[in-house]
Design a protein around this ligand. Structure first.
Ligand SMILES: Nc1ncnc2c1ncn2[C@@H]1O[C@H](COP(=O)(O)OP(=O)(O)O)[C@@H](O)[C@H]1O
Ligand SMILES: O=c1ccn([C@@H]2O[C@H](COP(=O)(O)OP(=O)(O)O)[C@@H](O)[C@H]2O)c(=O)[nH]1
Ligand SMILES: [Mg+2]
Length: 231
């Protein structure tokens, strides 16, 4: 049940830099990521992919940790990968940092290649892609490169007031956990999230979860989704 028909590597190595946008050419990053991905060694198993959607502070990362523990997924947080790029002093770190600080979305090409590299490096075939896609453009870019859609999409639906409260109490020293950036992130979320939710609802893949309640209460709504899949 967890397996999929195609493995990642052929899809990555056949993928071409067909997705362009102005921001990406500003980064001038596509070529370097593409050439890196073409040298990745073949993976062992086809992936089972879950996208985890939700606004800032809706509890995506917290619930992903629970899913990892209960169902053995590999957690791939797009935000963590971008923060790792910043911390590694990569050539694009400064631009990624300012994008995150402004609450905007990093160009798809950058994020997609970071995610795919992470998936390739894993022995697992079950992935939680946390905090991605954040726009229709993200979604299309990922699906174009991987050549497939996610199997399951979780959407943690949380009122704005609750998200703001959680983010301001998160206390992880993040540059975007301040009221100015949160306001911008919520605007971006409200503008870009709903087309993705609608798209996966129409495809029968979306599980909308009310994200208000204790962590355990919410996980009890998540658990049956994966329990049913592993039967
Ligand atoms: N159900 C919950 N109730 C209250 N606080 C929560 C809940 N889930 C997560 N949190 C807290 O809210 C903050 C944001 O959670 P996080 O998982 O980082 O959200 P996201 O990844 O969606 O931004 C963290 O400090 C986390 O401990
Ligand atoms: O696919 C992604 C994921 C994250 N981000 C950026 O990274 C920030 C933090 O993302 P993360 O998922 O860590 O935030 P969370 O929703 O968990 O608070 C976002 O606001 C964006 O600026 C992005 O551009 N693309
Ligand atoms: Mg998170």
């Amino acid at each position: 049940m967890w397996r999929r028909v195609a493995s990642l590597s052929p899809l990555i190595s056949h993928s071409k830099p067909s997705i362009h946008n102005q921001a990406a050419s500003t980064f001038k990053i596509w070529e370097s990521f593409t050439s890196q991905s073409e040298t990745v060694t073949p993976s062992k198993a086809a992936p089972f992919i879950t996208f985890v959607l939700g606004g800032p502070g809706s509890g995506k990362g917290t619930q992903c940790a629970k899913i990892v523990e209960a169902f053995g997924f590999t957690h791939v947080s797009a935000g963590d990968l971008l923060r790792r790029e910043i911390a590694s002093n990569s050539a694009y770190g400064a631009v990624i940092l300012s994008t995150i600080r402004e609450g905007k979305i990093v160009p798809s090409q950058v994020t997609v290649q970071l995610i795919l590299k992470e998936m390739e490096a894993s022995d697992n075939c079950k992935f939680l892609i946390d905090g991605f896609p954040r726009s229709e453009e993200n979604r299309k870019a990922f699906e174009e490169v991987i050549g497939a859609e996610p199997d399951v999409v979780l959407f943690f639906d949380c009122p704005e007031q609750e998200m703001v409260k959680r983010v301001l109490n998160r206390n992880q020293g993040r540059v975007d956990d301040n009221i100015e950036t949160i306001k911008k992130r919520l605007e971006v979320f409200d503008e870009l999230n709903w087309p993705i939710v609608n798209y996966y609802t129409q495809r029968g893949k979306l599980h909308r979860i009310n994200a208000v309640g204790t962590v355990d209460e919410i996980f009890e709504k998540v658990r049956p989704i994966f329990a049913a899949l592993s039967k």
